[in-house]
Design a binder for this molecule. Structure first.
Ligand code: FES
Ligand code: FES
Length: 158
């Protein structure tokens, strides 16, 4: 297997590593950098649990090679807040009970963060569309949608 040097900015820090050409970005983050907040579910692009931001856009890191992120900027759940406090989206997920087993939460929060960066006052429908690639087997989604709306300063009725 061919090896190659990559330099990826992850959560503001530059990491240069030699990787196998077929190393998936999700495995690079989890195994090489120990950033295990990004979860692996289906590894087929179906569940969204591996969602990260690549140059600000939400992507499934199980569908991307580490080589494809060379020279790019990755944000994972570990870097979603600029401070040592939770981000507003994270806070609202906790407050609204949008986390049960929690397996979907990192990916869900990354998608929600990207959505609000592009569209600070989404409608509930736009929130649904924004997280449509993220599956949750526990919550029934309504508390997740409420949490994201609350993070945008909006309430939706019960
Ligand atoms: S693990 Fe990547 S989409 Fe399911
Ligand atoms: S909280 Fe369990 S999968 Fe979403």
């Amino acid at each position: 297997m061919q090896h190659q040097l990559v330099t990826i900015n992850v959560n503001g820090d530059e990491y240069t590593r030699v990787v196998k050409a077929n190393t998936l970005l999700v495995n690079f983050l989890r195994d090489e950098l120990d950033l295990t907040g990004t979860k692996k579910g289906c590894e087929l692009g179906d569940c969204g649990s591996c969602t990260i931001l690549l140059d600000g856009k939400p992507v499934n890191s199980c569908l991307i090679l580490a080589l494809d992120a060379d020279g790019k900027k990755v944000t994972t759940i570990e870097g979603v807040s600029d401070t040592d406090q939770l981000s507003v989206v994270q806070e609202k997920f906790v407050e609204y009970g949008a986390i049960q087993c929690g397996y979907c939460a990192p990916g869900m929060i990354m998608s929600a963060t990207a959505l609000l960066a592009e569209n600070p006052k989404p409608t509930a429908e736009e929130v649904r569309a924004g997280i449509s690639g993220n599956l949750c087997r526990c919550t029934g989604y309504i508390n997740i949608i409420k949490a994201i709306m609350a993070a945008s300063g909006q309430e939706i009725p019960n």
